[in-house]
Design a protein around this ligand. Structure first.
Ligand code: P6P
Length: 340
């Protein structure tokens, strides 16, 4: 009999894998699952109710904030307030950290970083969008409220990370550092059900994912690498929603790039709540995640909440090949040029 394993059942079964959770992380992950179901319901009917269109104003990324962004942000904050395990949240939609009240006077031991609705420019045209989240254990004294320093941790300190893709079906993919598992929402029972156990990214693939429109604004070595991908007859697939683009790469293999450009000299994507959680997932699935300086994303110091980074992420053989390519073609820094 094809036994269904729900997200809740899976989390509880795997609780023993998580060395220091006495149910704390379990509660957090379950709250995230509830919020994802609520957001999914609204995303699916967004075209029917007056929830589309610009909410007005811009978020930290300078994106027009759409009502669904705000709705998603509020729902995740509400749901994460339930378990009492989350002491605070850093969100793309909020300039500063959000403190959550503890339960029974006990402050949570974890903090959450999130992009509540990534790819929001796609909402109005019915293209898939996603939620990205990461979870850190607090460094500060848990007898009091969380501090900014609890969020400014390297990706290597993440204890869990995941994404929700609101697409043709809704799938929640997460890791707690022991592999990656995917759960597809079954609307008939309202549960996320285990659909992709122990996901592994192919060593290489036929897809490369980059915004070709910025080609002339990339550094020359990146342009040469993109030309190389084209010469190899790789397929260009770019949706403009990181979760969607990464999901394809994770399942079918390939490489995703968002290099630095003149408009975004440090890269566009946010290190804390986009690059690091996705890097954790992809590395746990056997992939690699670096920036255009060839540094491992999860080793980068996080010095501010909305810090940006360039990112190259995907199949290990393809990221390795890209690194070799960059080393070969990177123009030496002026300080390295032979003195006349
Ligand atoms: P561009 C969406 O706004 C986002 O943050 C990511 O989801 C996506 O990968 C990227 O920006 C798309 O940016 O400049 O190609 O539109």
């Amino acid at each position: 009999m094809n036994q269904i394993t729900t997200l809740d059942e899976f989390i509880i079964k795997r609780q023993k894998d998580f060395s220091y959770a006495t149910g704390e992380l379990t509660g957090l992950l379950r709250d995230i699952g509830v919020a994802a179901k609520i957001v999914n319901r609204e995303v699916n009917k967004a075209g029917l109710v007056n929830i589309l269109g610009n909410y007005g104003g811009e978020n930290e990324s300078g994106d027009q904030v759409k009502k669904l962004d705000i709705f998603a942000n509020e729902k995740f904050i509400d749901c994460l307030s339930n378990s009492g395990e989350c002491s605070g949240i850093a969100s793309e939609e909020n300039d500063d950290i959000i403190h959550l009240e503890g339960v029974d006077g006990k402050d949570g031991k974890y903090v959450l970083v999130m992009d509540p609705l990534d790819g929001s420019s796609n909402i109005d045209v019915n293209v898939s969008v996603g939620t990205i989240f990461g979870i850190y254990r607090r460094k500060s004294d848990t007898s009091g409220p969380c501090k900014l320093s609890d969020f400014l941790q390297q990706g290597s300190e993440l204890v869990a990370a995941g994404y929700v893709l609101y697409g043709t079906s809704t799938i929640l993919v997460y890791t707690t550092g022991r592999g990656v598992n995917g759960f597809t929402l079954d609307p008939s029972i309202g549960e996320f059900c285990l659909s992709h156990r122990d996901m592994k990214i192919p060593d290489k693939g036929i897809y490369y994912s980059v915004n070709q429109g910025y080609y002339l604004k990339f550094d020359v070595e990146l342009r040469r690498y993109i030309d190389y991908c084209s010469d190899l007859n790789l397929r260009l697939r770019y949706i403009g929603s990181m979760v969607s683009d990464i999901h394809r790469i994770l399942f079918q293999g390939g490489i995703f790039l968002y290099p630095n450009t003149r408009k975004y000299p440090k890269g566009k994507l946010r290190l804390l709540y986009e690059c690091n959680p996705i890097a954790f997932i992809v590395e746990q699935a056997g992939g690699k995640a670096i920036n255009c300086k060839l540094e491992r994303i999860m080793d980068l110091d996080v010095v501010e909440l909305h810090q940006r980074s360039s990112v190259v992420i995907g199949s290990p053989e393809m990221v390795d090949e890209m690194m070799e390519f960059i080393k070969r073609y990177q123009e030496p820094a002026t300080s390295e040029l032979p003195q006349a």
